[in-house]
Design a protein around this ligand. Structure first.
Ligand SMILES: [Ca+2]
Length: 464
């Protein structure tokens, strides 16, 4: 009534001796069975051979299949099956044939050639054990990319007998590999392969973040932060950590992939005058990379584009980027602006007599001339805080009348649109002094008195 009981290991091979492993047990009946009544399959080493039960189901009208994982504590030795509650399709219960079928348990032999694999930082570490062979030279380790594929030896020379581990460093990360090993005997013959084991190599290379820091945002407006991230295997997650400047707590947002970039948006309600700090962390699931960090975050200045006093407001006249800021090097009025016409004054030359001595009560006219001064500029004569005369860009004269004491006149170049005193291209004030000394001795004054009486006071033109 039972044709066979077939035990297979995890590789699907029929076995008669079983170690500490999972096995499948197929009971093959010689006639169709009543599959609505599930039989009970037990085994044991002595009567009634029912110490352990194997759970399973019919997989066809003539085959029942169960799965069992043997534990090391089950005693080794011959086992026999016992089946009950098995009925044929036409209603007969099966008995008697039970004890013809059995198997051996040997938990030591199952360990005889055993290999395990684990990911380590520099590859996949293989460890094995065997006690089948006494007179051995060492081991060979084999690898395949498929479980039932072609296995190639990966050790360049026989691994000595006293070593039982090997690190396969010639692997690609995050790829599945299968391994087995053989024993090399003293006579140089090689045993059959042990069981197979598999492992996926660790990813040890962190993602790479490429990010251009955001330095400025607008008050109450959403602020978008983006970056690109690449990884040797795959990018797992990209996270934006941010906080309002001055806050202790970091919040975070997942940065979502949009095209070739990862982006996240901080909502306008958190974009306050206090400013923002942020950093980015990317992970491949094993390794992570930062752009910025909690200790060294990026800072974002938040400006109110409508506040003219905000120094970052481009319209603020004090903003160095404001084209109207006189300190802005691009401002045409900035003397340092290379386009500023004042640089034309580099060729300007002022001519004025630096000093002259005149008689008491002389009628004095001071004249200065200049060359190289463009339109829009003029010469000016200045004394003690007062503008005395403004000429044009080539000459200026001041009639000082009768002079009775020494005076110091200054000649400037002024900008006719601002009346500001101009400097030359080196930043020095473009000006010259003219000192008019008046003779004020007793006889000088006496002579002038008589000249005055007779209308003979001299007129003196002080020219360059
Ligand atoms: Ca990686």
């Amino acid at each position: 009534m039972i044709r066979d009981v077939i035990i297979t290991d995890k590789d699907g091979n029929r076995v008669f001796t079983v170690g500490s492993e999972e096995v499948k047990v197929k009971v093959v009946f010689s006639r169709p069975m009543d599959t609505s009544r599930n039989p009970v399959l037990c085994f044991g080493s002595r009567e009634p051979y029912a110490d352990y039960e194997i759970k399973g189901n019919y997989i066809s009208s003539t085959v029942w299949e169960g799965t069992y994982t043997l534990k090391a504590q089950i005693e080794n030795g011959k086992q026999k099956f016992r089946i009950s509650n098995a009925y044929s399709a036409d209603g007969y219960e099966l008995v008697d044939t039970i004890y013809l079928f059995g198997f051996n348990i040997d938990t030591t032999s199952a360990q005889a050639m055993n290999i395990s694999a684990a990911e380590v930082n520099n590859g996949i570490k293989l460890e094995w054990a065997q006690d089948d062979y006494d007179t051995l030279m060492g081991y060979n380790v084999y690898r395949s990319e498929e479980k039932n594929g072609v296995y190639s030896k990966i050790n360049s020379s026989v691994i000595p007998e006293n070593e039982n581990s090997f690190v396969d460093e010639t692997i690609e990360q995050q790829k599945l590999y299968w391994y087995t090993f053989t024993v090399v005997l003293s006579d140089m013959t090689e045993s059959g392969p042990a069981g197979k084991t598999s492992c996926i190599a660790k990813d040890t290379i962190a993602p790479v973040i490429n990010h251009t820091p955001v330095k400025q945002g607008n008050l109450n407006s959403n602020l978008s932060i983006s970056c690109t991230v690449t990884d040797n295997v795959s990018v797992g997650s990209v996270t934006l950590y941010y906080r309002i400047t001055g806050s202790d707590n970091w919040k975070y947002l997942s940065m979502l992939k949009q095209g070739d970039k990862y982006s996240a948006t901080i909502f306008g309600s958190e974009v306050t005058p206090a400013g923002l700090q942020y950093y980015i962390v990317a992970s491949d699931g094993v390794n992570s990379a930062n752009s910025g960090s909690a200790n060294n975050p990026y800072s974002v200045v938040i400006i109110d584009p409508n506040n003219p006093d905000n120094p970052n407001n481009p319209d603020n006249p004090n903003n160095p980027d404001n084209p109207n800021n006189p300190d802005n090097p691009n401002n045409p009025d900035n003397p340092n602006n290379p386009d500023n016409p004042i640089t034309n004054l580099a060729n300007a030359k002022l001519y004025v007599r630096s000093s002259a001595t005149v008689d008491y009560r002389s009628k004095v006219t001071v004249t200065a001339t200049a060359t190289g001064i463009p339109e829009g500029y003029a010469l000016e004569i200045y004394r003690n805080g007062m503008i005395l005369a403004i000429g044009d860009n080539t000459t200026v004269s001041y009639n000082a009348g009768q002079m009775t004491e020494s005076e110091n006149f200054t000649v400037h170049v002024i900008n006719l649109s601002t009346y500001e005193v101009q400097k030359d291209s080196s930043g020095a004030e473009l000006s010259k002094n003219c000192e008019v000394k008046v003779k004020t001795g007793f006889f000088d004054k006496l002579i002038a008195f008589f000249k005055g009486l007779f209308g003979l006071l001299p007129s003196v033109e002080i020219k360059p």
